[in-house]
Design a protein around this ligand. Structure first.
Ligand SMILES: Cc1cc2nc3c(=O)[nH]c(=O)nc-3n(C[C@H](O)[C@H](O)[C@H](O)COP(=O)(O)O)c2cc1C
Length: 220
């Protein structure tokens, strides 16, 4: 049977997404650095608002850094066991910085017209200026970081690695652990252990789609 290349892609992506679970126990085996680089590269392929890319990933593999994250996560097992901890940082001040490299790259690749690239800095400043006035800078930066984290979870699963997204941590302690203590424009979006799984977990299920998928208006 001949299968359309895109149908094959769909089957693989669908299997990868459906088989991913949040894994709390890890083998100590290290993740090869080339794999790690590749996975982070895929995470950073995620879209971001205005392509400002106001999010970063900090990889923590050293004893000291991991111990600090174990403390920050209040003794949960996965940060203690996973050989790699990824910290997704949201940069709410990105729009205030010079992002000339972003506009120039998009323009020189022919992805954005001269006109679009030239208007983007001003458009981004106007958009974020309004958000800032409403106290929403952090929330919008976290969106960008979370999309990157989602890409990483799917990429890791496809490479035979496990992850677990984590909310349970003290932000000040995580910031201290990665050297950004007191930096107000930087926020922790998510922590993510990464490594080879030492457990299998059953799918905990999702609510009936009738409760969460609506048509045309919410709740219907
Ligand atoms: C934003 C976010 C934060 C989470 N924080 C934690 C956490 O701190 N500790 C933990 O064990 N699991 C955490 N989880 C994992 C959820 O419990 C898990 O995704 C959920 O039970 C569904 O299971 P599944 O990921 O295997 O489908 C978090 C998940 C998300 C999306």
């Amino acid at each position: 049977m001949t299968v359309e290349p895109q149908a094959m892609d769909y089957a693989t992506v669908s299997r990868v997404i459906r088989s991913r679970r949040s894994i709390r126990h890890y083998r100590p085996d290290p993740v090869p650095s080339s794999t790690l680089r590749e996975l982070i590269g895929l995470a950073l392929e995620a879209p971001s608002s205005f392509n400002l890319q106001g999010r970063s990933v900090v990889t923590v593999t050293g004893e000291q850094g991991r111990a600090a994250l174990v403390k920050a996560t209040n003794g949960q097992p996965h940060p203690q066991e996973a050989p790699v901890m990824l910290v997704f940082v949201a940069e709410s001040g990105a729009w205030r910085e010079d992002r000339g490299d972003v506009w120039e790259t998009a323009r020189s690749r022919g992805a954005w017209s001269e006109r679009f690239a030239a208007a983007s800095p001003e458009d981004a400043r106007a958009f974020y200026g309004k958000l800032s006035a409403r106290g929403l800078e952090r929330e919008y930066a976290v969106k960008d970081a979370m999309i990157a984290a989602s890409f990483l979870m799917v990429a890791a699963q496809s490479a035979g690695l496990a992850t677990s997204p984590m909310n349970g941590w003290d932000e000040d302690e995580v910031k201290k652990a990665i050297g950004i203590e007191g930096r107000d424009g930087l926020h922790i979006a998510l922590l993510m252990p990464l490594g080879y799984p030492a457990e299998t977990r059953l799918h905990p299920g999702r609510r009936d789609h009738a409760l969460t998928c609506f048509s045309e208006s919410y709740g219907r």
